[in-house]
Design a protein around this ligand. Structure first.
Ligand SMILES: Nc1ncnc2c1ncn2[C@@H]1O[C@H](COP(=O)(O)OP(=O)(O)OP(=O)(O)O)[C@@H](O)[C@H]1O
Ligand SMILES: [Mg+2]
Length: 490
């Protein structure tokens, strides 16, 4: 491990000299500063692990130095030194985040111990913070942004539900409204937060595997079952199981799920023993489940069970006040991710974003900001890099989207294919923008299924993926996922 660096701040040469000797003896690397200004400069340019800070300095008081460090978030691991400890100073310093106070003349044995403890404390704190950040980064959980009345009320309800005893919760809303995010918000605000949050997309797993995925199986329960496998209900015991796209599960599993939800008891496939589990199930759907019930695709009793606590996230177009706070949030996010310093939106860009209806909701907005931030070189986002559909919401290409049957407009082409009704806006457009808009449209129409989208455009899936990459429509994780593993969806 690298030696810890200790910044010694004192205007008396002799004090600095003796501290320097001791620090070296204790195996640290000492760095010196004789006044507050120098200390602050060093703390910014190359933050030390600890700082020994005298209260009385020639240019400013040690407390002022501490205050400035606090403002820039660097006040950790500061040990104050003083010949004349005033209780008020001590209190103020500790409040500002100083770790400890030592009296002068210095007792070096005591100081050695204080340094050790302070280093241990900062180490632990850094560790906890990075773990917490890691957990959040890996689960993709971050704060839910929203200032509209609808969202603030919803978040109030979410908090209440999170801390309640409810074991089943249903989250509904159009695609991209934030169902995954709300599910995580419930989990991370509940007493289950230190246990597992397990998510499964019911539409992504073949029906035949779904049962063992959820309930596990015993060794030898079928030909391929060479070993016992725990199901997700067991894995998420004590925590939360997120069943995304619940509307897609088979009738057989619907019945099985209902029993589990009612009794909190599971049995592995091929097993003979019932197991008690304590799992909170959050189910999500972007289909209208009530309608699925009416049409006989979804069991009514299961729906009632799930809908005891039901959360509906309204589409973004019904809460336009949330748009700008979301934009700010995403700009901030991508500034950090891409190391950029975009300040905000140009006036025209803001107007376009607010006027657009965002059928893909928050996800579509997020993707639009991401793309613009990748391409923009100015400090303010201009409309040029906005998706075509946002800039020309009523142009021919997007009108195509509302045309459910090919007879809604357009020109017949050979072999029964249709050309969408197109018009070129007055200011002109570029072929690439139109191509991009069509690729986006196909993906949206295909619900994100690439094979299906490629078919809509009569190109190969590889060609589609190439275009998605080219237009920045592919997520970074998707890109890297394809580098080493085959796509599960194909
Ligand atoms: N209120 C919000 N604040 C911040 N980010 C949000 C908010 N709502 C959604 N997002 C972000 O938008 C993206 C889409 O959200 P999410 O995946 O939760 O949508 P969804 O409703 O689950 O969509 P789908 O039905 O397609 O699964 C995510 O990156 C999410 O973090
Ligand atoms: Mg989702």
């Amino acid at each position: 491990m690298a030696k810890e660096r200790i910044l010694i701040v004192d205007d008396e040469r002799l004090v600095r000299w003796s501290l320097k000797q001791k620090c070296e003896e204790w195996g640290y690397v000492p760095v010196e500063a004789e006044d507050g200004g120098t200390a602050l400069r060093l703390a910014h340019s190359d933050p030390p692990d600890l700082m020994l800070l005298d209260v009385r300095l020639p240019d400013m008081s040690g407390l002022e130095v501490l205050e400035k460090l606090k403002q820039s978030g660097e006040a950790r691991g500061v040990i104050m030194m003083t010949a004349d400890p005033q209780l008020d100073d001590v209190k103020a310093a500790i409040k500002m985040g100083a770790y400890d106070f030592v009296g002068k003349p210095l007792d070096f044995d005591e100081l050695a111990l204080t340094l050790q403890n302070a280093l241990e404390a900062t180490r632990l704190r850094t560790e906890v913070e990075s773990l917490r950040g890691e957990v959040r980064r890996r689960t993709g959980y971050h704060d839910v942004v929203g200032v509209s009345r609808k969202m603030t009320e919803l978040m109030g309800f979410v908090r209440k539900v999170a801390s309640s005893e409810a074991t089943t919760i249903l989250v509904q809303g159009e695609s991209g409204t934030g169902k995954d995010l709300i599910a995580k918000a419930i989990h991370y605000q509940s007493s289950r937060q230190d246990r597992a949050f397990v998510a499964i997309n019911c539409s992504a797993i073949p029906e035949t595997l779904m049962e063992t995925e959820l309930f596990g199986h015993e060794k030898g329960s079928f030909t391929d079952a060479k070993a016992m496998k725990k199901g997700l209900f067991e894995v998420s015991d004590g925590g939360t199981l997120f069943l995304d796209e619940i509307g897609e599960i088979s009738q057989f599993l619907q019945a099985k799920l209902l029993r589990v939800l009612e009794d909190q008891v599971i049995r592995r496939v091929g097993g003979v023993r019932d197991m008690q589990v304590d799992v909170r199930v959050i189910a999500a759907s972007n289909r209208d489940l009530e309608r699925a019930v009416r049409e006989g695709h979804f069991r009514q009793d299961l729906y009632y069970r799930l809908a005891i606590i039901s959360i509906y996230i309204p589409p973004l177009r019904e809460r336009r006040e949330d748009m700008m706070p979301l934009v700010d949030f995403f700009i901030d996010h991508y500034n950090r991710k891409f190391r950029k310093s975009v300040r905000g939106l140009g006036d025209e860009t803001r107007r376009l974003l607010i006027n657009y209806d965002w059928p893909g909701n928050v996800r579509e907005l997020k993707n639009a900001i991401e793309r613009a931030m990748i391409l923009e070189e100015e400090p303010v986002l201009r409309p040029v890099y906005l998706p075509f559909s946002v800039v020309q919401p009523h142009s021919g290409v997007t009108a195509f989207e509302h045309t459910s049957s090919p007879h809604g407009g357009g020109q017949p082409l050979a072999e029964g294919r249709w050309l969408p009704p197109l018009s070129i806006p007055e200011g002109g457009t570029s072929l690439e923008e139109v191509e991009r808009a069509l690729v986006e449209l196909a993906l949206r129409q295909a619900g994100g299924n690439q094979t299906h989208a490629a078919r809509l455009l009569d190109i190969s899936r590889d060609a589609l993926r190439y275009k998605m990459k080219k237009f920045g429509l592919m997520h970074a994780d998707e890109e890297s996922a394809t580098a080493d593993t085959p796509q599960s969806e194909a």
